[in-house]
Design a protein around this ligand. Sequence first.
Ligand code: ARG
Length: 573
Amino acid sequence: MKNIREEIAKILAPAAGSLTAEQIGQMIEIPADASMGDYAFPCFKLAKELRKAPPLIAADIAEAVRGCGLFEKVENVNAYVNMFVDKQSFARIAIEGVLSAGADYGRSDIGGGRRVIVEYSSPNIAKPFHIGHIRSTVIGNSIYKIYDFLGYDTIRINHLGDYGTQFGKMIVAYRRWGCREDVEREPIKTLLGYYVKFHQEAEKDPSLEDEARATFTRLEHGEKEETELWKWFREESLREFSRVYAMLGIEFDSYNGESFYSDKMPAVLDALREKGLLKLSNGVQIVDLEEYGMAPALITKSDGSSLYITRDIAAAIYRKKTYDFYKNIYVVASQQNLHFQQWFKVLELMGFDWYKDCVHVPFGLVSMEEGTMSTRSGRVVFLEDVLNKSVEKTREIMAEKHADPATIEATAKDVGIGAVMFQELSNSRIKDYVFSWDKVLNFDGATGPYVQYTHARAASVLRNAQADEKYIKSALEGCADLGAVCGPSGYELVKLLYRFPDVVEEAGEKYEPCIVTRHIIEVAQAFNKFYHDEHIIVEDETEKNAKLLLTASAKQVIANGLGLLGIKAPEKM
Ligand code: ARG
């Protein structure tokens, strides 16, 4: 795609002394005040070389480039050359850029094939996959898609919480009160029930806690019976998680969770010992981090069993060896900030300079309007239930709006699930937020249904005009005049479409999918304004084709943006 900045730099270069087009490209500014032009070039740097005052240089450059077709108007104001881009030329660059790249519009190769690991979702086995998990799952999925689009070689890891003392509790509870058929029928709700019961009973009989600890130790030592039960719990839980992942359209390259690293722990302990980092404190092995203003990192318990931090250290070392990553990204709640700071520090102290390439991408809490959740008490909102409810509510709304009965089922799924995902990706990830049905499903607000509906509207305009892909392609080649999309609302949309690749890049740099979300909301709003302000399917062929080209471009950008969020773009709604 043609880059407008580069085009302008090429035009300015012959008049700008020894500056190269590349240097000029970097110096070009976008004035905050649109009356100062679309782009501006400051001339201070040239004063020395050209032995002239900057305002005089600006006047000379303005004079030299004034006649060029890319500009509607060029002014010199003090030391600046202010350039007003010819709207039609700009619209052509933008629309050709979108339509020639199609589904690849916004894709780039800045990643250069470098490897990036994105770890996300990572729920705890045998515990409910609740609404709290949606954040890591959906934000992580979008960050993976953005990095993939930016040309990185991505690996998706689900670091399952499939290890730890809770499995001791679960096994004890299952042995005492459990029933195989119940687990098979409804694994997580049943296992959760055991977990809740364990805590109730342990309050009356604290010896249960000791029994659970001993059981977990047997599991760590690979005792057959415990291992088989644990494996079975893990499989049954994964089966249930997979159902939710399928609904969300989310996949992973690896499900290596915490248990995968249990046999890699001794090597970590050896390395820590060798570096003189391990300290014994009340029977617990720690790495002292007081010097760095942090609580100590707990490495092993008094019975020698490993801890969460140790497994994270082992996992990072394994990932570096296995994948030789350029970046290793963890999409995990901000409640775990200290945990990540601690073990990144331990990696640094161990002498791994690649600790700098490990990135914790934190996010805030989600709560339900109905109140707080607690796994132990069993008061949880299952993500699967939320998704199903969203689909159901969407179906009702669509039926009220007299949607096509033939497609309502499939569309309600795309829209209902998309709505929940979109809401998740709408705010800066670090913000806490309250899940609200009114906000999620409002078809007129800045929501998923609104953006999807706009996409379907653009699709329907193109259908009504019988403007299929072939038609659009030849219209693009034959269209000599794009004046019809250079009115106020059309041109606003053109500018937004042109910016999309930069938006994707920025979202990747900041690990913020909401930058994409907000942009496609703006595109949808701008398209709807254009749609209301203008008649698209008009008599005049030239005018109609220009407007259809803009419609097809807006549809494409919305679809690409939704794709990066992991959300479907329906053709009909
Ligand atoms: N399983 C953990 C939890 O549910 C999240 C794991 C985050 N990832 C990590 N590498 N520590 O809280």
